[in-house]
Design a protein around this ligand. Structure first.
Ligand SMILES: CC(C)(COP(=O)(O)OP(=O)(O)OC[C@H]1O[C@@H](n2cnc3c(N)ncnc32)[C@H](O)[C@@H]1OP(=O)(O)O)[C@@H](O)C(=O)NCCC(=O)NCCS
Length: 203
């Protein structure tokens, strides 16, 4: 596939695009959002996505399209944007299911603290994902290039992200882009299936 047939564009605050965002986000997060929010996770995320000024907002999202069909997504934000973000839009969208979300957030508090720790000069890549059948055709590279450009335009000096240790495909992709593992969580005790690498790259 020709890389030039891929068009990148900013996201719009519609429920339809929110559902696409939710699908890619959960793919990148290996099902964590579905685990946290339950059966209606996609709808809850899509509702929160349509709100401005928080981590899961459409404002942070870029879609990749081929022939006007969305085939990939990347989302990210600066430390300042993250610091100003709140979970309120997600909690509001979750409604009664808010309780399940609160319990998961308490259980996973140590992991969330790591994910939340973004340095002042960093741009955090929250998620990147490409449709399965199009992987290996440089859609991910186009999205990652765009995110790096956006990070530089925001004045960020570094790009950072968290990737689960089991996701070798993504780790190789990031390594190929010059990212290196800076730390791992948990530091010592490795829980089965629950180990993350923080990867960074100077911009
Ligand atoms: C990670 C991901 C976004 C990469 O997107 P992609 O469109 O397949 O990546 P690209 O085609 O742009 O690949 C770019 C380079 O990475 C390399 N690469 C991609 N997948 C690879 C793999 N499985 N093993 C080794 N190298 C790989 C390619 O060889 C390519 O190198 P090249 O330019 O020398 O050919 C995609 O695999 C994906 O959606 N994964 C599922 C979601 C996910 O895990 N997201 C990350 C969460 S942290």
């Amino acid at each position: 596939m020709d890389r030039h047939s891929i068009v990148l564009r900013a996201a719009n605050p519609t429920i339809e695009e929110g559902l696409a965002f939710a699908r890619y986000l959960d793919e990148a997060a290996e099902g964590f959002f579905r685990f946290m929010l339950g059966r209606r996770a996609a709808h809850i995320l899509a509702t929160a996505y349509a709100q401005p000024d928080h981590d899961l907002s459409y404002q942070n999202v870029t879609f990749a399209e081929r022939d006007n069909v969305i085939v990939g997504m990347a989302a990210g934000y600066t430390e300042l944007q993250h610091r100003r973000s709140s979970l309120r839009p997600l909690k509001r969208a979750a409604g009664r299911r808010n309780l399940r979300m609160r319990i998961v957030l308490v259980l996973f508090a140590p992991m969330m603290r790591i994910i939340d720790s973004i340095h002042e000069d960093e741009f955090y890549l929250q998620a990147i994902a490409v449709d399965k059948e199009l992987r290996g055709h440089h859609v991910g590279s186009a999205l990652a290039d765009f995110i790096e450009g956006r990070a530089r335009a925001c004045g960020s000096a570094r790009l950072s992200l968290d990737v689960s240790a089991g996701n070798e495909e993504a780790r190789r992709f990031y390594e190929g882009r010059g990212m290196t593992i800076e730390s791992q969580w948990p530091k010592r005790l490795a829980l089965p299936g629950l180990k993350f690498y923080r990867m960074t790259k100077a911009l």
